[in-house]
Write a protein that binds this ligand. Structure first.
Ligand code: SAM
Length: 402
């Protein structure tokens, strides 16, 4: 039998109905003393635009919750009141639906932005929002005051500027030079002396340089000439300014393609970039790809909020990366893990090229992060620094055409 699909309509397109559902959830959660408040798109819309955002498909509502019992009690009351319960197994948030309105309820602990609340007025009524609201929105959406999305063209110009500033201190970053990470990456590649390697997004050539001693030739490409200008001269490698999405190399020429911490910067046409990696590889050739990921799914939101303040980027999951590779045709994909221990948040920020105020804000977001975040990152706070353990995934995939 065909599964019946439940259609929902964006709140922006059915304001009265959405208002009713919003108030109903607030009333029920309020009666349970769970301090309901507006979150994400709903919060941004009410604070910035005075209403729902066009294209936002749900009502994001946070409630302060101390555990499973409270979560279950609220879910039961909502069900009693006609809310259908879409995803009962999720701990962090649950989707409910009523009258074609999708409601996403987040169960959060009373800490950080949710330990006390600011408020916003909408149609004469007062709704709670995280506090301090401007900091919360900046942490979540960076340039939240600007409505339009950046076009790909504007992004290219901005990224050029971003890497120009970053290039000056990139080689001082501890993580980039972490020898155990570099060694693990090189080991994963199972390089041969005869290999010709393309290092995508080579940056200042740290990884290309490390690989060059075990292979025949490395060609490093990067969109930023400023980054390439910091590459060590005379290491026998060739460094070319080029975008992987328009790599211009012929088909089937490389034995290995490497890309460490590059793909999260390729926001537009990400799949095309991966397709190019596949195309330029010889049959039987391999890609070695590394990306940082949130240590657990529970801290993904906080991870996104913090990184949004730093740069515009993609946040990957293991499945997302595997899918990206599979869609381009890669087979026999192996996923390995490397933990960068004792990552100094200060070293990272001081060499990030960010303005001092942003550095301070990001540092503060770490120190004031939720306990869940601190635990997941094994965070140690000292007098003048904060140390965390970072999770990196290294994925190896093969081009095998029959
Ligand atoms: C975080 S750095 C990593 C550098 C180097 N892979 C490493 O691990 O030390 C990311 C680099 O990717 C480059 N990049 C971003 N988008 C790119 C694209 N579409 N094609 C080529 N390089 C790109 C940036 O210019 C930057 O130098």
């Amino acid at each position: 039998m065909k599964k019946k699909r439940f259609r929902t309509i964006d709140p922006f397109l059915q304001v009265e109905n959405a208002d009713k559902i919003l108030d109903e959830v607030f009333q029920i959660a309020g009666e349970q003393k769970m301090n309901p408040f507006l979150l994400w798109g709903l919060c941004l819309g009410f604070v910035r635009d005075g209403g729902y955002i066009k294209g936002d498909n749900d009502l994001d509502i946070g409630v302060v919750c101390n555990g499973k019992r409270e979560r279950q009690a609220l879910a039961a009351i909502l069900r009693k009141n006609g809310f259908t319960h879409g995803t009962p197994n999720r701990l962090h948030n649950i989707h409910f639906r009523k009258n074609k309105v999708l409601v996403d309820i987040y169960f959060l602990e009373a800490e950080g932005f949710y330990s006390s609340f600011d408020s916003v007025k909408y149609k004469g009524k007062i709704y709670s929002v995280p506090r301090p609201i401007e900091d919360f929105l900046t942490a979540s959406y960076s340039n939240w005051k600007i409505k339009e999305k950046q076009t790909a063209k504007v992004r290219v110009v901005n990224q050029g500027q971003f890497w120009k500033i970053r290039s000056k201190k990139f080689n001082k970053l501890n993580w980039a030079n972490d020898i155990s990470y570099i060694k693990m990456f090189v080991r994963s590649g199972e390089f041969k002396e005869s290999d010709i390697v393309l290092d995508v997004g080579t940056g200042t050539g740290i990884m290309a340089h490390a690989i060059s001693s075990v292979v025949k030739k490395v060609i490093g490409i990067d969109v930023s000439q400023d980054m390439l200008d910091q590459c060590e001269e005379g290491d026998g490698n060739q460094y070319i300014k080029r975008d992987i999405r328009d790599s211009k190399f012929p088909d089937n020429v490389f034995d290995k393609v490497t890309a460490r911490l590059v793909f999260h910067h390729i926001i537009d046409d990400t799949q095309k970039a991966m397709d190019e990696c596949y195309r330029v590889l010889k049959n039987g050739g391999k890609i070695i790809l590394a990306e940082g990921v949130p240590p657990t799914s529970k801290v993904r939101r906080e991870y996104i909020s913090i990184f949004k303040l730093k740069e515009e980027r993609l946040t990957f999951t293991e499945e997302g990366l595997v899918n990206l590779m599979m869609k381009s045709g890669f087979k026999n994909i192996r996923v390995l893990q490397h933990i960068t221990k004792n990552f100094s948040v200060n070293n990272w920020l001081e060499n990030s090229g960010l303005m001092k105020e942003k550095q301070d804000k990001i540092f503060e977001l770490h120190v004031k992060a939720s306990d869940t975040f601190k635990k997941a990152y094994n965070m140690r706070i000292t007098k003048d620094d904060c140390f965390i353990d970072i999770k990196n995934l290294v994925l190896v995939g093969e081009k095998r055409e029959v």
